[in-house]
Design a binder for this molecule. Structure first.
Ligand code: IPD
Ligand code: CA
Ligand code: CA
Length: 307
């Protein structure tokens, strides 16, 4: 079971690309009942619940298409996270994937409604449902808090590896209390880059295939693990140098975006504009290979903004 460890403020002069001594720092134990602690607590409990149900799915359903899966575990875990957050913050709003009708219009409306509130939690109960269903051990819980329009807390929990990634606006990002930082790789040819394929096969799949075709021959390798949130956490932790995907939703990336930014990385849309919570086509990187990724997607007309 994950221990409740969290952040120590990153020192002003710390070079985010320098990993020396990072592992020597003593983890800081969370004692407050703050927003971050509430998110960590909810993610830890939800993750444990999910892991124990892998291989025991009873109700397998689909949403927008046969590839867009949902199980009783996704729905149950979202309810659990809602209850845990609302116990502490009954007047906060929650945008959870399983509480929004499938489709772009419903998402836009739900996001607009959520953004009317000063405190908006954005929850993906299982990011990587297809992996969960198949027993492919790469999925996570993703919880973000947006305060007055600003991403303030991001927590991603991988229950398989017991890895809790935590970011707080202006205070850095951590994994079990140890600061995370993006990689220093500046050469696209030596880069490992993650990407993904949303279930949508008419719009998103051709765009992501075109991007793959353009980028793969120019880099060391591509990973498409099936969890946008974990890929973003891996950019933050320097395990991959970049990530892109056309066709995401806010719950896929809100927490991960803050992790990347607070780890010294960069996040934009696929045109290179700053990320905001409504951005659906996302590029995240260590900053050093960012222009390469954005330019490559543009050259391949693979930004998702071409039609
Ligand atoms: C999906 C995963 C997948 C990504 C899709 C997402 P879900 O989320 O993050 O990796 O390619 O775009 O929809 O449905 O498993 O929560
Ligand atoms: Ca998701
Ligand atoms: Ca999900």
């Amino acid at each position: 079971m994950w221990k409740q460890l969290c952040s120590r403020k990153r020192s002003e002069d710390m070079n985010p690309t320098n990993s020396d001594n990072r592992n020597d720092r003593e983890p800081y134990v969370v004692t407050s009942k703050g927003h971050t602690a509430a998110a960590i607590n909810a993610a830890a409990k939800a993750g444990e619940w999910i892991k124990n149900r892998q291989g025991h799915v009873k109700e397998l359903g689909s949403k927008t298409s046969a590839q867009d899966l949902v199980t009783e575990v996704d729905k149950g875990v979202e309810q659990m996270i809602r209850r845990l957050i609302l116990t502490h913050y009954p007047d906060h709003a929650i945008l959870g994937e399983e509480s929004v009708q499938p489709g772009a219009d419903a998402l836009t409306a739900a996001l607009e409604e959520g953004q009317k509130h000063d405190y908006l939690w954005i929850v993906d109960p299982i990011d990587g449902t297809t992996n969960f269903v198949h027993g492919f051990p790469f999925y996570c819980v993703s919880i973000a808090l947006v305060v007055k329009g600003e991403l303030t807390v991001g927590v991603i929990y991988d229950p398989i590896r017991d890895e809790m990634f935590v970011a707080e606006k202006g205070k850095g990002a951590y994994m079990h209390g140890i600061p995370t930082s993006v990689s220093a790789e500046a050469d696209p040819g030596s880069s490992l880059v993650a990407m993904g394929f949303p279930p949508d096969r008419t719009f998103a799949q051709p765009a992501n295939m075109a991007g793959l075709q353009q980028i793969l021959p120019q880099i060391r390798g591509v990973r498409a693990g099936g969890s946008a949130a974990l890929h973003l956490a891996y950019v933050a932790a320097g395990r991959v140098d970049g990530y892109w995907e056309v066709g995401l939703s806010p719950w896929d990336c809100a927490a991960g975006v803050l992790l990347v930014l607070e780890s010294g990385g960069k996040v934009t849309d696929t045109l290179g504009n700053p990320y905001d919570i409504g951005t659906r086509h996302v590029v995240a990187s260590n900053g050093r290979i960012h222009d390469f990724l954005v330019a490559s997607l543009g050259e391949a007309k693979a930004t998702g903004y071409n039609k």
